[in-house]
Design a protein around this ligand. Structure first.
Ligand SMILES: [Cu+2]
Length: 137
């Protein structure tokens, strides 16, 4: 037969690798940085969902301004995420696994349909900065 003892350690190694690949740094760090995010009202979100929702953030000197914090999005909404950074970086929307290359001073867009419920971070891979958390539901 073809049962080889070497397969077991290999399987354990693969399992260990899989456990280490649960996401980028700071997947659960949204609570700590959401202190200034009480500005969106439920009626606001309902109004915007019909025509799609535009979320804009700006990054300058390492600081994030605009639609930062936790942003509520109704499930099914077409979302356009616009990110402007003063340094080159790569933006990553977790959960949906959408990425955008950021060129200094040029707005980059990630457009998607919010079909996956949950809370997902938008993060800069180089800087490690969390721009916002998307709350879909
Ligand atoms: Cu990421």
């Amino acid at each position: 037969m073809t049962v080889r003892p070497a397969l077991l350690p290999a399987a354990l190694l693969a399992l260990g690798l899989a456990l280490g690949l649960t996401g980028c740094a700071g997947t659960k760090a949204s609570e700590a940085s959401a202190s200034g995010s009480s500005s969106s009202s439920p009626t606001d979100a309902a109004d915007r969902s019909a025509a799609g929702q535009r979320i804009e953030v700006q990054v300058a000197s390492g600081k994030v301004t605009g639609d930062t914090g936790r942003i509520a999005v109704a499930a099914g909404t077409h979302v356009t995420l616009v990110i402007t950074s003063d340094v080159a970086d790569e933006a990553h929307l977790h959960g949906y696994d959408e990425e955008a290359e950021l060129t200094p001073g040029k707005p980059a867009e990630i457009a998607f349909d919010a079909t996956i419920p949950g809370v997902f971070e938008v993060e800069l891979h180089e800087a490690g900065t969390v721009l916002l958390s998307l709350q879909v539901g």
